[in-house]
Design a protein around this ligand. Structure first.
Ligand SMILES: Nc1ncnc2c1ncn2[C@@H]1O[C@H](COP(=O)(O)OP(=O)(O)OP(=O)(O)O)[C@@H](O)[C@H]1O
Length: 268
């Protein structure tokens, strides 16, 4: 896709890059007084339009909080967030982004296709939406549209959740450990699938994971947060060409990057 390649090339050319998300001097504090928890302190990060950025960091460093602040689910205590030049609240109302969680949270009594349709039935209808059937095909579930969630594997349910997130044609996908509960083989498959979906849709993706290899395999950039308080430790570009296939993980370049991140994580 010509557009996607242009976006990918633009990631390193900051002067010309359009940003999907700009976070500037963000603090998020929960509670008050002695019991207050500073989840994020002075976080500054830009997510280029169309980029796939993965986020790593020790438990409690504020990865979910950052995603949730971008999604207007927790308020900023200080600093600002712009989502396509708007506030998170405005972006939420315009359905600019969609969330995918670790648990697919499908309605068990609705078929796969009816789960994908769900966002179109609640809230404000968007100006344009994707065809639920085409989305199920995009995520590799053609022929399973009538299946109930209980008849699908964990990986298939997560595919439905991804299709459901894409149905309103969000420009940004916020993914919080979406494959964390899956077995390794399923996770590997979904990693390759996600790269294909990203390439076909051009959606900006911000993806939280605890897995260093997953972060490096998927990410154009890896955002590493340190803990207590949560802050940016490193924001690095992964210099591995796309399309990426799983064997890239056995290359010297890949192993060097994961070793570097592991060392950085140990210091967090
Ligand atoms: N609603 C809340 N109220 C109070 N404290 C919270 C709330 N949400 C998060 N925190 C605290 O903020 C800090 C960051 O939490 P967060 O869930 O963002 O971390 P994380 O990096 O996503 O963790 P994990 O990798 O374990 O999922 C933690 O200390 C957590 O206890």
């Amino acid at each position: 896709m010509a557009t996607m390649h242009a976006v990918k090339d633009a990631v390193s050319a900051d002067a010309e890059t359009a940003f999907a998300v700009r976070v500037d001097g963000l603090d998020v504090t929960f509670g008050e007084g002695e019991t207050a928890v500073t989840a994020l302190r002075d976080v500054k990060v830009d997510i280029p339009e169309g980029a796939l950025v993965t986020m790593l960091g020790p438990s409690g460093c504020g990865k979910s909080t950052l995603l949730r602040a971008i999604a207007d689910l927790v308020p900023a205590s200080r600093g600002g967030i712009e989502v396509h030049g708007r506030t998170p609240e405005e972006a939420r109302k315009e359905r600019d982004f969609a969330f995918v969680f670790q648990d697919a949270t499908l309605l068990p009594w609705r078929s796969a296709i009816d789960n994908v349709r769900l966002p179109l039935e609640v809230g404000k209808p968007g100006p344009a939406h994707a065809d639920p059937m085409e989305l199920l095909e995009l995520v590799g579930l053609k022929g399973r549209e009538k299946a109930l969630p209980g008849e699908l594997s964990g990986g298939m349910r997560q595919r439905v959740a991804i299709a459901r997130a894409l149905v309103t044609r969000p420009r940004i996908l916020l993914m919080d450990e979406p494959f964390g509960a899956l077995d390794e083989i399923t996770r590997d498959n979904l990693n390759e699938e996600l790269l294909r979906i990203w390439n076909e849709t051009g959606t900006t993706i911000l993806f939280v994971t605890h897995s260093i290899p997953e972060a490096v395999f998927l990410g154009q950039k890896v955002l590493l947060l340190a803990a207590h308080p949560g802050r940016v430790k490193e924001y690095m570009t992964v210099d591995l060409p796309y399309p990426r296939q799983l064997p890239v993980r056995d290359t010297v370049e890949f192993i060097k990057i994961t070793a570097h991140l592991r060392k950085m994580l140990e210091e967090c």
